[in-house]
Design a protein around this ligand. Structure first.
Ligand SMILES: [Zn+2]
Length: 256
């Protein structure tokens, strides 16, 4: 089997962790083992170094977010806080472009969680998740993905007025597509994933789950496939009240 870079297919020069190793807490930080059989894929020089600068950014962005399980929080109090102190908060400013406020929430005796309200750098986050999606694809299907991926971060509140309805819609749509699909990953408290079957057009969905609570959806559209224009999207974008029926539930976009 000839090995190729998970991203571009060039000759690999090293292996890359998917997701980044720093997302997985060390035993010394939490007293539990969360680094079992970590996934690695071959990577070329370019896609290894390009990604490594994003790894710490991703770690700071994810650990400590409300909705995480306790592993995420513990990681936040250990490695993430050390990284933040070391970098004198430069890193934190990169995570949130427009930092608004910082609030402290007590989550245990003398343990506080700093919650940041602001606009996350979603473009950078998106590209970090894209890299994970490509790496995971090679690992899971034993072949490199060629085509387009679209990332939807289900845990973020978007500013668009339809954010809540849309999040709920995506979550339940994905739940239908992923029904009965195994949740894979050797450290499910940190990271697990599922793949759907191909739909009638040949595209498929992955759901990545971080720290038990943060969902990221990845739509895979393989090269050479064109999806039909979806009239529903057009109506929603145009601000027209649109009702979408999914199973026995209805979703109303752009309500009065
Ligand atoms: Zn490459």
């Amino acid at each position: 089997l000839e090995e190729e870079c998970y991203r571009c297919g060039a000759l690999p020069s090293s292996r890359e962790h998917v997701p980044p190793k720093c997302l997985f807490p060390e035993f010394s930080d939490c007293g539990e083992h969360h680094r079992k059989d970590l996934i690695t894929v071959p990577s070329c020089e370019v896609h290894n170094t390009a990604k490594s600068t994003d790894d710490e950014f991703l770690m700071v962005s994810l650990a400590g977010i409300i909705g995480n399980n306790s592993i995420g929080y513990m990681h936040k109090f250990g490695k993430v806080d050390r990284a933040l102190r070391r970098r004198a908060c430069k890193l934190l400013e990169k995570v949130l472009i427009n930092r608004k406020t910082v609030e402290r929430i007590e989550v245990g005796p003398n343990k506080f969680l700093e919650v940041l309200w602001g606009n996350p750098d979603s473009i950078r986050l998106s590209s970090a998740f894209e890299a994970i999606a490509y790496g995971l694809h090679l690992h899971h299907f034993k072949r490199r993905f060629v085509g387009a991926v679209r990332i939807y971060m289900g845990y973020l509140q978007y500013e668009s007025g339809n954010s809540d309805v849309f999040n709920q819609f995506i979550r339940e749509r994905a739940a239908l597509d992923l029904e009965g699909k195994a949740e894979l990953g050797s450290n499910p408290d940190v990271f697990s994933y599922q793949y759907s079957d191909k739909d009638q057009f040949g595209s498929y969905l992955a759901r990545l789950k971080f720290y038990g609570g943060l969902d990221v959806y990845v739509a895979h559209v393989p090269e050479g496939i064109s999806l039909p224009e979806n009239p529903i999207n057009f109506f929603i974008k145009a601000g027209i009240q649109t009702r979408v029926q999914l199973g026995d539930k209805a979703y109303v976009f752009n309500p009065d």
